[in-house]
Unconditional design. Structure first.
Length: 116
């Protein structure tokens, strides 16, 4: 049973920071890349960042480059998303995703709200 559980969301003021966590269970995290996605109200889900199985390859959406940092700790079965200099447009539900072809597995999401 592949399971992902996100946590760490909340309400933060513009310019603030949050660290999201994605806890993996039911599979060997070491073998797989993990992606972070987000979905704002009324918008399609979009990719934010992804990290390869050993952390050697990382990608970011242009909208978060220089502000967000993805990392992973395979021993702890965790993937993180450090979000700095948050903007109101970062408000969304954030999800982590595991792809084991041809299936995608998603967590339940964690809400991030950036507002003064």
């Amino acid at each position: 049973q592949y399971q992902l559980v996100e946590s760490g969301g909340g309400l933060v003021q513009p310019g603030g920071s949050l660290r999201l966590s994605c806890a993996a269970s039911g599979f060997t995290l070491d073998y797989y890349a993990i992606g972070w996605f987000r979905q704002a109200p009324g918008k399609e889900r979009e990719g934010v960042s992804c990290i390869s199985s050993n952390g050697g390859s990382i990608k970011y959406a242009d909208s978060v480059k220089g502000r967000f940092t993805i990392s992973r700790d395979n021993a702890k079965k965790m993937v993180y998303l450090q979000m700095n200099s948050l903007k109101p447009e970062d408000t969304a539900v954030y999800y982590c995703r595991l792809t084991i072809f041809p299936n995608d597995y998603w967590g339940q999401g964690t809400q991030v709200t950036v507002s003064s």
